[in-house]
Every structure is written in structure tokens, then in C-alpha cells.
Design a binder for this molecule. Sequence first.
Ligand code: GRF
Length: 196
Amino acid sequence: MFTIGVLGSGKGSNFRAIQSAIEAGTLKARTGVVVSDVADSGILVFAREKGIPAHHVDPASNRARLAPEIEQQIVSLLREHGVQLVVLAGFMRLIGQPLLEAFPRRIVNIHPSLLPRHRGLAAWKQALEAGDTETGCTVHYVDHGMDTGEIIAQRRVPVLPGDTPESLHARIQEAEHILYPEVIASLIQQFSTSNK
Ligand code: GRF
């Protein structure tokens, strides 16, 4: 069975959506391991509830990028659990050389805007502040930059009159929960046909 590994720092709603698609059989994969840089994150709690190996990796500092030796620990965990695709689901760190070299073109992320618009933090707030009438979410390959990797797929979301940052973020997250499992399923399909 194709094995994904999930990295996250937060509540893990995208991981929950991915796991639901796995359980429903629409995403033919298994989650080999979940790794977080936040010890009490919702994503780790949920993984443990599901009996999925769940590891906290101590980030040691608050820098945007993990030290190479810490990334190397993550690489070891992912390899130990047979991970074939690394799925970033709310992982609040930039990715560096150890992970990129270990998983070339096999790390994906979801970002809450229509990239390349509104990279970085709280992209839904950036969309509101810019007066956009439409925003959305993007799944992209991960490279060294912040939300700069090649775009794989997007889903559009309207900005409605009276939207607050919270209401807009919630609407974008609903779209994320549809888009991310679909894109992962189609990537796995592509990998299996290109291996034949
Ligand atoms: C999502 O909005 C995603 O776009 C961003 O981080 C958030 C993670 O949320 N990269 P969750 O932990 O999946 O609920």
C-alpha cells in the first residue's frame, strides 16, 4: 500500500480530511507516520487516537527553518516508516536540504491562497486586506522558498461581503479538505502509472 508521511504543527484538520478519505477508500494509501514540531498539537493527538505512529521532534529554536540535524531526524523517521510521499499539513517551518534531498519532488504542501498571490502567514487576512473578491487554496510541490514551489492544483473560494478573517479562513479550509485528499490520490495514481 502506498505510504504517506504527514508533517504538521497545528490542529490537523487537513490530516483528518486525508485520513477520512483513506478510511472511505477514495484515497488508496496509508499514513505511515505523523511528525510534529509541537508536542501538544492536535495533529499528534488525532494520530495517536487513530493508532498511527506519532512523533514529536524538538525544534530546539524558534527559527523558521529547522536545523539540518533535526531535519535529518525527521528523514530517518519517514524512512523507518516506509514513507513514499511527504504531506505537509499545517507544518509551520520552511523545508531545507536534508528533506528536499531525501524526497525529491515528493514533498507537497497546501497553502490558503491562490498562489502566487499571498505567500506566507495568514494568507486569508492578506486577501481581505487586499480587497480580493476571490481567493482559495493551492497544493504545490515544496522547494527551498516560502510557498514558492510548482503549483499542482487550486480550488477557488469567494470572498463574501461581511467576511471576517475567521469566516474566510473557515471557508478556505472547507475547500482545502476537498482539494488535498483529491490531489494526493491523483499524485499516487500518477506515480503508479509512471513506475509501470
Ligand atoms: C491550513 O490552513 C493550511 O493551508 C496551512 O496551515 C493550515 C493548517 O490547518 N498551510 P490544519 O492544521 O490542517 O487544520
